[in-house]
Design a binder for this molecule. Sequence first.
Ligand code: C2E
Ligand code: CA
Ligand code: CA
Length: 758
Amino acid sequence: MRYGYVAIYLVLAAALGVCSFVARRSGRAIGPSVAALLAALIPPVVGNLIIIGFKNPSVSVIGCYIYYLGMDLVMYTLMQFTFQYCHLSWPNRGIKLFVYGLLLADTVQLLLNPVFGHAFRTEMVLYQGEQFLKMQPLAGQTFHRIVNYGLLFVSMAIFAWKSIRSPKFYSERYTGVLIAMVLGTVWESYYIFSRIPVDRSMVGFAGFGLLIFYFSLYYRPFRLLDRMLANIAEGMPEAIFFFDAGGTCIWANQAGLAMTGLKKQTIEQADERVQPLVGGNFRKMEEWEGRRQTGEGESRRYYVLKNRVLKDRKGRVDGSVLSVRDETEEQTDLQKQRYIARHDALTGLYMKEYLYDQIRARLAERPDQKSVVVFLNVNDFKIVNDVFGNEFGDQALQQVARWLQKVMPRDALYGRLGGDTFGVFLPREEFNEAAIEDSLTHFTVGTEGKQHPVLIHLGVYEVAEHGLDPSIMFDRARLALATIKEEYQTHIAWYDDQMREKVLWEQHISNQLEEAIAQRQIRPYLQPLVDHEGKVVGAEALVRWIHPTHGFLSPARFIPVFEKNGMIAEVDRYMWRCACEILASWKETFPDLFISVNISPKDFYFMDVAAEIKKVVAEHGIEPSKLRVEITETVMMTDLEKRLGILNDLKEMGFLVEMDDFGSGYSSLNLLKDMPVDVIKIDMMFLQKTKNRSRADLILQGVMEMSKNLGLPTITEGVETQDQYRMLRDMGCKVFQGYYFAKPMPVEEFEEKYSPAA
Ligand code: C2E
Ligand code: CA
Ligand code: CA
């Protein structure tokens, strides 16, 4: 029996040592306190071991001291541990000093026992046939017990209080320690009152130490975790259903109950409620994901489903979890946003990109269908906006959209391409040109009673190449628009490939203009102007482009292009400079000749014509009267006052202004009398072949007479025969220009031909 206890104590001491070591190395905050407490429990265990293990009383008695002093150490470390474990601090320094003072005093009085013999006495007793050392407690030991038990009860009280006050799942960690303490204490008390000589109380205390080790370092409140996880699952927005391995629903969260209309008690019926949502056969023990929709129209709902199978470590199925997320709101939001992104807010029609997408899809879907692409433009919409206000402008666009919806066939695709332009894509045979043309003739917008006519033009491209992108198809349809001009009878124009070639040509030469000027591919030709005696009095500078690849280009090929895009200003500026250079070089050879240059009506938009001409003349030291400027009547069609001012300026500076192409346009004789022009240049149209020659001659005669009355000399251009020359001379014309005398020619040729020396 003696050695049985010795063995138990040895094992306990070793276990305490190992656990203390582990606690210290655990890296946990509580680790060192636990390690200290376990280490402190080793001396009392060893003390008891000595008491029991040695038959020699004087050796055994040493064990008594180790035991008692060790217990003081245990109490000290227990206090430390208790406060840390329970997250408490000493109420004040005084109490702390008092407690530790008591322990110190006890240690001291015990150490004095050999001197005073006041703490305990030892005697050998016989128990079950063996000699054991037994202590007889005296006053000192009573003090020791009061101190030790006192502190033990303080500690227990703290744990008891904590386990009552803490939330349910946390109190376990206090209750556990408390129970360990109670067990240890009961065991100890049993010994004290049992008069059994062998002190087995240390088994209780050592066990208590090991339990503390477990609770402080390894215990996790699993139920707490369960509870937390369950709480989270409970509150999740998606519906969650747990099925056991047999496929019975065992739990659902709030959302799941709400979705199925079940209660926790009836949750087993979840199966049949979930089934219609899941669709098909409900594969509970398989992992899968999917989306489902239920209902129609307003009550349509969207769900995302996910089934997960839960398995244990060995791969055996524990059960499964089905989660169902209702994403109806997101889906409807998304659809709303998509709708907004695809539809024009003002008209409700598709926006350009979406229309293009739809057309691409249609083209892919019906590759053999003959289709047309229509580009619709509201003419002068800016003016509608300016005159009637933006609100009216918006209304007008909405009405155009409604008109489109009305006149276009059901399977037409249409949308708003931009500000005042719309696009339509429809089968060729469904494009009822006559009906649309008809409805456009009387197209008006506005509110009741206040209707305003609006001019709408359609450019139509018949889809010939399916591979083209819709954007290019609409570009082509738009090209056709340009051919309609300001007409009120025709509203629809069809694209043909020449239009495209024209545009390509325009782009081609526009890109080359700068270089052409720099390289003098563009240069003036001169055509002589002759008086009634056949003497050359001047020349008109006419532009030519000797193109490196296209060869000789007449102005008709490029002037209209540059007039359209404004580059004409570059050409004219350059031509005026050339004319001035020529005049400057003629100071000796042709001192009396003048040169006429052309001014395009478009020049006035892009530069200060008067200032520009003045500058170039000054730079070359030319007398202004030597440079004549030719303008046409169209110059006066816009900005009349301002343009009159410019002409007056030119006249005051000493330039002669010629009215070119007189009679070709809407000549206004009334305007002519107020215009600061010096010469009238009669258009060659009057000399052209006509059925009624005599009538044309009469008109010519009239124009001549009228100019005479206005005191304006005339030049006639396009003189091709001697007869014409004679007739015009007889009518009183002063100066003549035409192939009869010479065609326009390069400057050198002109100089050679008309050199005074020749
Ligand atoms: P325009 O100013 O009326 O020029 C007279 C046109 O009539 C010239 O054509 C000339 O070659 C042609 N012509 C002259 N005599 C006869 C004739 O007896 N019979 C016939 N059938 N034609 C004759 P061109 O050079 O082709 O110029 C055409 C038009 O291009 C010019 O008409 C003018 O409006 C414009 N243009 C020419 N050069 C310039 C320029 O440097 N700047 C601007 N802005 N326009 C220019
Ligand atoms: Ca001219
Ligand atoms: Ca002319």
